[in-house]
Design a protein around this ligand. Sequence first.
Ligand code: NDP
Length: 284
Amino acid sequence: MTAEIINGKEIAAKKRQEIGKEVEKLKEKGVVPGLAVILVGNNDASRTYVRNKQKACQELGMHSVLIEMPEEVSEEELLAKIDELNHASEIHGILVQLPIPKHIDEKKVIESISPSKDVDGFHPVNIGRMMTGQNAFLPCTPYGIMVLLEETGISPAGKHVVVVGRSNIVGKPVGQLMLNHNATVTYCHSKTKDLKQYTKQADIVVSAVGIANFIKADHIKEGAVVIDVGMNRNEAGKLCGDVDFEEVKEKAGYITPVPKGVGPMTITMLMYNTVKSAAESINR
Ligand code: NDP
């Protein structure tokens, strides 16, 4: 069996068109969705991510603000800036690009963002709302994965989903969203004994580990759906996922490539969340 490729780039483009239409409707009502991104320090990868987020805002006709702070900025100054943005009416989404320097408490920073502007979906209030099935900002990468499945016509209901990785930003929330969609969910991580025993039972495998070529053909069952969240560099320095794509695509039913799989969905859902926040601000 050769897997059908889930084209994240195409699905993201379709979603961005829909988001663009929502932006137009909001502008007619006098609201321009605005995203503020705070970048602390001089991490090259972070700078690239931030640039891509700003570009996406511009392409959709949204307002975007970049606030750059030096590596040595104090926690107090950063929290004061977030407080200012929490009260700024033209800003509907606030994002602090992670990682931030070690001398600043990341949890405190995340919790200082107003839940109503937490478009990354990292605030405990939004995580709690997600867990209890209430209206929430869903974390962008897990949400993007759900949209990829939906757009491909794959329902998680009744399926066995095995999530490899349990980070707060990907593994844990993607498992929760699958559960919310009536899947049976198994979480695996670095302490799991005999990983294959679990992944081989999965109808859907989501890998969010961060190790190139980690998932091989003998990890999965024939016809399974394989979602590769990993963003790694191989020996040649080329971007690759966690999954040995060439090998696994001959056995899977569906597979996401890297690049052009999950990646393009993350920024798309960030735009979606910012527009959702702008729309909700009208009724507040
Ligand atoms: P983390 O490093 O926070 O988490 C990695 C997870 O993998 C941990 O839960 C860890 O287990 C688990 N793990 C590590 N080694 C093994 C192993 N040998 N067997 C089983 N599980 C293992 O990473 P993130 O969740 O932040 O990111 C994961 C990957 O996804 C990275 O490559 C990252 O770059 C990528 N990513 C991609 C995004 C996108 O937009 N496409 C967005 C975010 C991330 P334990 O908890 O026990 O340590």
